[in-house]
Ligand binder design. Structure first.
Ligand code: F6P
Length: 342
């Protein structure tokens, strides 16, 4: 039996831990052969491979990124995409695919598995933690740790200058990183994509914070949008999956706060720092368990399924169901954090 492995979408700390666990267990317990596909779905689409073996995965557990490379290639949008993938899997004698990715990569895996009989098992990944059907995705804990450390550092520089510090964190559709890092870092305002924010209210919170001689920290998810629709988007371009890319909310908000409150404000955009570098212990643990269970699913012939964390157990759920809707921040959970605002 030969198993292909690919990593698609934005990279994420813990991807290498999954690859290592899949290969180690697959070789040691099931005597499988492995082949790596380069750059997500581009690999099987264009027939670009890398050797994958136990020696190849040695030492990669603490390494960020992915040894297989990643891309946002969507083969369902390519000419004869499904046929080309099928041909390449045949050419390399691949019997099953372990696909590690977010909603877009896994959405492709669901279609290929369910509608075209190409045997795929899914492993969820995203620093955004917005995949439903799993309590957590690996990469999230690392990203929250990085954002929290940044907020801690920004507190001291904000206080020294008595400025407002606006921190923009990742999260296009969901505010999980903003909410968790904002709470952990003691932010005074947290803004998430799930609820449009009122700039006047943000400014009132900021002003009240200064009244108690404290420099406010505003955490804003990159996908957060003001209620009045007043923000000018610098970049409305779309990625290969058709998602509109928003950018600039952090900078915009800092300028707007300065204009409306008369207080000096600066923006820090954390960007890809949140995705790079070594995974946290939790993410290595979760990624490793996902890998071990994914290869078990291959062994059981349980295709079209994704491994997921449910409490402390790993379960299998249909990929199609898991990607059908995003897991966004519950309004009650967000309201809970509101007690610290202002
Ligand atoms: O989906 C994960 C994510 O990190 C988002 O939060 C962010 O908007 C996006 O990826 C950035 O993607 P790219 O690296 O393609 O710019």
């Amino acid at each position: 039996m030969r198993v292909g492995v690919l990593t698609g979408g934005g990279d994420c700390p813990g991807l290498n831990a999954v690859i290592r666990a899949v290969v180690r267990k697959g070789v040691q317990e099931y005597d499988y052969d492995f082949i790596g596909f380069r750059d997500g779905w581009r690999g099987p689409l264009e027939g670009v491979t890398v050797p994958l073996s136990v020696p190849a995965v040695r030492g990669i557990l603490p390494r960020g990124g992915t040894i297989l490379g990643s891309s946002r290639t969507n083969p369902l949008k390519a000419e004869h995409g499904v046929r080309r993938i099928r041909d390449n899997l045949g050419r390399y004698e691949v019997d099953a695919l372990v696909t590690i990715g977010g909603e877009d990569t896994l959405g492709v895996a669901a279609t290929l598995s369910d509608e075209h009989g190409i045997p795929c098992v899914g492993v969820p990944k995203t620093i955004d933690n917005d995949l439903s059907a799993t309590d957590y995705t690996f990469g999230f804990d690392t990203a929250v740790g990085i954002a929290t450390e940044a907020i801690d550092r920004l507190h001291t520089t904000a206080e020294s200058h008595m400025r407002v510090l606006v921190v923009e964190v990742m999260g296009r559709h969901a505010g999980w990183i903003a909410l968790h890092s904002g709470l952990a870092g003691g932010a005074n305002v947290i803004l998430i994509p799930e609820q449009r924010f009122h700039t006047d209210r943000v400014c009132a919170w900021v002003t009240s914070r200064f009244r108690s001689s404290y420099a406010p920290i505003v955490v804003v998810a990159e996908g957060a949008v003001p209620a009045q629709g007043e923000m000018v988007l610098k970049d409305g371009s779309k990625d290969s999956f058709g998602h509109v890319r928003l950018s600039g909310v952090g900078e915009w908000l800092a300028k707007e706060i300065e204009r409306r409150t008369g207080k000096e404000a600066r923006a820090t955009v954390l960007g890809h720092v949140q995705r790079g570098g070594t995974p946290s212990a939790f993410d290595r643990w979760l990624a490793t368990r996902f890998g071990l269970h994914a290869i078990d699913a291959v062994h059981d012939g349980d295709f079209g399924k994704m491994v997921a964390l449910n409490g402390t157990g790993i379960v299998r759920v249909p990929i199609a169901e898991a990607v059908a809707r995003l897991k966004t921040v519950d309004p009650a959970l967000y309201a809970e954090a509101g007690v610290f605002f202002g």
